[in-house]
Design a protein around this ligand. Structure first.
Ligand code: PEP
Ligand code: MN
Length: 348
């Protein structure tokens, strides 16, 4: 169930609620999440008797209690009628309008490469820069990323272009360092169920881009988002990047049905990554545009000034000209499908 707190509730009324929840044996992370006008707490309803729930409902801090059947509570639609808008500088992810495009190389390779990539991304119409400094590579023999120095060069690319930066953090102990440089913390697919990392990233207070695990169900993904939300950080965007299939002709199966489905299940925005979702650069533009038609709130795309020379994920990396075509296509599709919102500025 969800406990909505009255906006006028005093600090002592809130403390009384927290103590009462503990005394009644309420189970859950019990963190307070600010969502729109209300603060909300998620509780496992099965952990309380209905008499206890009624006592909680009668406390002065409580506005209302809403039952929620799904195992995720704060991420559920019931928590917020309004779509969550994740704001990063001038960029808004969620809530309609032309989906912002986040682009850049898979990895930061050197200072010139990331600055050149950022400039090319901006020129093509992208409004945020991506690039990995800490890379979770399947093979320990593959390029592992540049680490801290890569973060510094990302910050330099932001300085030069003004584009905010999204980059991956792989371990809880590195969250503070990565958050010093990044505007958005990316949780990689392989770490979607690294719960201590999710909690640490949530506490950093920065927006979090949560990738879907390669073999994770949508419910597991929303429960992972719940860990971040329960830290009190509402700035969470879900990123579908393909799930494991059986056909080696594509790297993954990009689950576009997740977009309209998540729209029903959650208030969180949905980002589509057609690069990891397909693994093949010739499939990136068609799937990016299909994602926009399906209602994606943003696109995350791997682009490199010289795609074939990319040190990681070259096969799925597009050239700047293809990115420009995707940006134009995203605008045209939004104008055709949602003429009322197509003029909404989403940044840049
Ligand atoms: C990436 O964005 O480069 C990446 C490693 O993605 P994923 O976690 O989806 O594999
Ligand atoms: Mn990659």
């Amino acid at each position: 169930m969800l406990i909505f707190i009255r906006s006028e509730a005093t600090a002592s009324e809130r403390a009384e609620l927290r103590h009462a929840l503990a005394a009644e044996g309420a189970r859950g992370p019990l963190g307070t999440l600010p969502l729109g006008a209300s603060d909300v707490i998620g509780v496992d309803a099965a952990s309380m008797t209905s008499a206890a729930a009624q006592r909680i409902a009668g406390l002065p801090a409580v506005e209302r209690i809403v039952p929620v059947k799904t195992p995720y509570k704060l991420a559920s639609r019931a928590a917020s009628a309004e779509p969550t808008r994740v704001r990063v500088g001038a960029v808004t992810i969620g809530g309609g309008g032309v989906p912002p495009v986040i682009a850049g190389p898979c990895s930061v390779e050197n200072e010139e490469q990331i600055i050149e990539s950022a400039q090319a991304a901006k020129q093509a119409g992208a409004v945020m820069l991506r690039g990995g400094a800490f890379k979770p590579r399947t093979s320990p023999y593959a390029f592992q990323g540049l680490g801290l120095v890569g973060l510094r060069w990302l910050a330099r690319a932001r300085e030069v272009t003004g584009l905010p930066v999204v980059t991956e953090v792989m371990e809880p102990g590195m969250v503070d360092v990565v958050a010093e440089y990044a505007d958005v913390l990316q949780i990689g697919a392989r770490n979607m169920q690294n719960y201590s990392l999710l909690v640490a990233a949530g506490h950093a207070g920065k927006p979090v881009l949560l990738k879907r695990g390669p073999s994770s169900t949508i419910e597991e993904w929303l429960l992972a988002a719940e860990y971040i939300l329960a830290t009190g950080n509402p700035h969470v965007a879900l990123c579908e990047r393909g799930i494991r299939g059986f056909d080696p002709l594509t790297r993954n199966v990009l689950d576009l049905a997740a977009v309209p489905l998540l729209r029903e299940l959650t208030h969180l925005p949905v980002v589509i990554d057609p690069s990891h979702g397909t693994g093949r650069r010739e499939l990136v533009a068609p799937m990016a545009l299909a994602a926009v038609a399906a209602g994606a709130d943003a696109l995350l795309i791997e682009m490199h000034p010289r795609p074939d020379a990319a040190l990681s994920d070259a096969a799925q990396t597009i050239a700047p000209a293809t990115l420009a075509a995707i940006v134009a296509g995203a605008r045209a599709i939004t104008a055709a499908l949602h003429p009322d919102t197509a003029k909404t500025a989403t940044g840049g």
